[in-house]
Unconditional design. Structure first.
Ligand SMILES: *[C@@H]1O[C@H](CO)[C@@H](O)[C@H](O)[C@H]1NC(C)=O
Ligand SMILES: *[C@@H]1O[C@H](CO)[C@@H](O)[C@H](O)[C@H]1NC(C)=O
Ligand SMILES: *[C@@H]1O[C@H](CO)[C@@H](O)[C@H](O)[C@H]1NC(C)=O
Ligand SMILES: *[C@@H]1O[C@H](CO)[C@@H](O)[C@H](O)[C@H]1NC(C)=O
Ligand SMILES: *[C@@H]1O[C@H](CO)[C@@H](O)[C@H](O)[C@H]1NC(C)=O
Ligand SMILES: *[C@@H]1O[C@H](CO)[C@@H](O)[C@H](O)[C@H]1NC(C)=O
Ligand SMILES: *[C@@H]1O[C@H](CO)[C@@H](O)[C@H](O)[C@H]1NC(C)=O
Length: 560
């Protein structure tokens, strides 16, 4: 069976290795290699490369005689090297645009910074790639910044960035300035990259209502082009074209799900022919926002609540449906897996996000009791029967505040970072672990001949080699965006299943790309074939025409 690996990396030393069998294959934990920065933000930028970013606060990795805070990690060699940046990338977000360029934005210069003296990143815009070095090792890949001419309209620290239907980024909320815990300097507006509205921001009543626990709002591009957003205990659908907010039901039971009370959220896999969107929100805290942070405790239990809503008129009428995780989690991570299941991992059993602000921190950590047991959520199972940790290995390393995670094309999960300290602190409790996955498959399907670029609604025929012991009646073909990981959220992460048919000799597979750029916002995706719950290596594609954003509508509309 193909194995799934958690690649875990430590900034300094630790190594761990687990092998366990699971029904979908073997899960292993491998720690091989050491990142030179804390992986506060993580994004897959090519089939072999991961870009990680931190803040300017003393990471050991060096460049040009000073501290680096951006690192490119090679998944094949388990080594990384530093990239130069001008502004501080502290607590930012990002995504890939419709032309394949990675865009990440907004961060603050922290008072205790060690280098450089300026470099305020709060309006920062940074562009990376596309970087297709022939050897795939990333030599020559650089980050482009020009703070004088390329910047946001306003300061935003702790914003979210989401690729929308026209391949642009929607940049949501954040804070204007450093804030110790709650959002004291809220930037309650949206803006876009490239700019819309002549660069004016769009004020958001929703963000105003969700202060003070509304940092890193969780937004999702819906298959009709609108955007669903959940922040604090409230949710809306935002119509980017009509500029209207439609209020949806609040989250039940007083649970808050955005920073500093980080739960997490995901859009569940979308399936043809109707692509009915459903959102799952898990973890967070039910303590009141009126309690000052000094009166909160690192021992306050995190919420075990998950809530799910179907974004149709009937589903909205029905509201959020509550289910319970096996354990409470603050700062959980949710990873869409190519077979449509959701891996929930990381986080803490008690406390909060952010650092050094509750009454009884553990070292500098606002959180305690790291949750080391991952759990899989099967969205198609019956309510009450969806969570299972069977066969999943326990993590050895606490991954809480300032950690990053992503699925890789090999199907392994890269986990790195965690550092609730104002800088790199040796031997602190919960300090700077950085993981990463290696992996590999033995008897998984292989896919070849996937075109580098796909048009919407295009029928594509590829070659497949499927081990004979796999049951081909259970076949799934997925197009995935791996998202951008920052603060317990994978912005732009997405899985769209595609109709597919195997030839009678089982040697070729024809699948139909998503119907249009609203079902899958145009840009980079990975095609995975799963047979009998065993998944191929993902093939990178440019979905859509690859033009600079904003792109025109492509493909065919969904039937009304
Ligand atoms: C670590 O990764 C490198 C590069 O892929 C590989 O050569 C080496 O065998 C790995 N070591 C372990 C202990 O897995
Ligand atoms: C949502 O949270 C706010 C405080 O942030 C609170 O006033 C309000 O009652 C909550 N709403 C619900 C439905 O729990
Ligand atoms: C916070 O704690 C202080 C000191 O114990 C106490 O005086 C105050 O009433 C508390 N405030 C709230 C809102 O709980
Ligand atoms: C708040 O959440 C905790 C942890 O899940 C739970 O034990 C408690 O009952 C919840 N309180 C309310 C009022 O829902
Ligand atoms: C950190 O802990 C290790 C192992 O206990 C010890 O050898 C080392 O001296 C410690 N380093 C510092 C800076 O305290
Ligand atoms: C793709 O193939 C399906 C199934 O054979 C067919 O119904 C559809 O018309 C084809 N679409 C295009 C754009 O050729
Ligand atoms: C992609 O589009 C962005 C926004 O227009 C632009 O800044 C960037 O240079 C483009 N990338 C490439 C490779 O053309």
């Amino acid at each position: 069976m193909r194995s799934f690996t958690f690649l875990t990396f430590l900034l300094l030393s630790i190594s761990s290795l687990f092998v366990l069998a699971a029904s979908t294959g073997e899960w292993t934990i491998v720690q091989n290699g050491t990142t030179g920065i804390t992986a506060l933000e993580v994004i897959l930028v090519s089939p072999t490369l991961i870009l990680m970013m931190d803040r300017v606060l003393g990471d050991p990795l060096q460049i040009d005689g000073h501290q680096a805070w951006v690192e490119l990690w090679n998944l094949e060699t388990n080594t990384g090297f530093a990239l130069n940046a001008i502004t501080d990338t502290f607590c930012a977000s990002g995504a890939i645009l419709s032309n394949g360029t990675m865009h990440r934005r907004s961060a603050l210069n922290f008072p205790k910074r060690t280098y450089p003296p300026d470099g305020d990143g709060r309006q920062g815009l940074r562009l990376f790639g596309p970087c297709d070095a022939p050897d795939g090792v990333g030599e020559g890949c650089t980050l482009f910044e020009d703070p004088a001419t390329l910047h946001l309209a306003v300061n935003r620290w702790y914003p979210s960035s989401l690729r929308i239907f026209d391949g642009s980024l929607m940049i949501i909320g954040g804070t204007n300035n450093a804030t110790p815990f709650y959002n004291m300097f809220p930037e309650n507006s949206f803006e876009f990259f490239p700019k819309k509205d002549n660069g004016q921001v769009r004020p958001s009543p929703f963000l105003e209502r969700t202060v003070p626990s509304n940092l890193f709002p969780r937004g999702f591009a819906l298959p009709d082009g609108k955007v669903f957003i959940v922040a604090n205990n409230q949710s809306i659908i935002y119509d980017v074209e009509a500029k209207t907010e439609t209020i949806l039901p609040s989250l039940p039971n007083g649970v808050h799900v955005t920073n500093p009370k980080d739960g997490t959220a995901t859009l569940l896999p979308l399936s043809p022919p109707d692509y009915i969107p459903e959102v799952l929100v898990c973890g967070g805290s039910n303590t009141s926002d009126s309690i000052p942070s000094a009166n909160l405790s690192s021992q306050d239990p995190a919420s075990d609540q998950c809530t799910r809503i179907t974004l149709t008129p009937e589903g909205i009428e029905q509201g959020w449906i509550v289910e319970r995780m096996p354990e409470g989690r603050m700062m959980p991570e949710m990873i869409l897996m190519p077979n449509g299941q959701i891996l929930i991992t990381d986080g803490a059993g008690t406390g909060y996000a952010a650092l050094d602000s509750v009454g009884d921190t553990i070292g500098n950590s606002n959180a305690d009791h790291p949750v080391l047991t991952p759990v899989l959520y099967d969205p198609n199972a019956a309510l009450g029967d969806r969570f299972s940790s069977e066969g999943l290995p326990n993590a050895e390393i606490a991954r809480m505040y300032h950690s990053g995670i992503t699925l890789t094309p090999s199907g392994s999960i890269f986990l790195a970072g965690s550092n609730p300290n104002p800088g790199v602190v040796e031997n602190a409790t919960f300090n700077t672990p950085i993981p990463q996955p290696s992996f590999h498959s033995t008897l998984s399907p292989t896919v070849s001949g996937v075109p580098k670029q796909l048009a919407f609604n295009q029928n594509v025929t590829v070659d497949v080699d499927i081990p004979t012991d796999l049951d081909t009646s259970n076949l799934q073909v997925a197009l995935m965006d791996m998202g951008f990981s920052s603060h317990a959220f994978h912005s732009s992460s997405r899985l769209v299943f595609m109709d597919a048919e195997l030839s009678s000799n089982k040697k070729s597979l024809t699948f139909t790309a998503p119907p249009n750029n609203r079902v899958f916002p145009p840009g980079i995706g990975y095609v995975f074939v799963t047979v009998d719950d065993v998944t191929s290596v993902g093939a990178q594609v440019m979905m859509g025409n690859g033009a600079n954003p904003p792109v025109e509508d492509q493909g065919v509309p969904l039937a009304a």
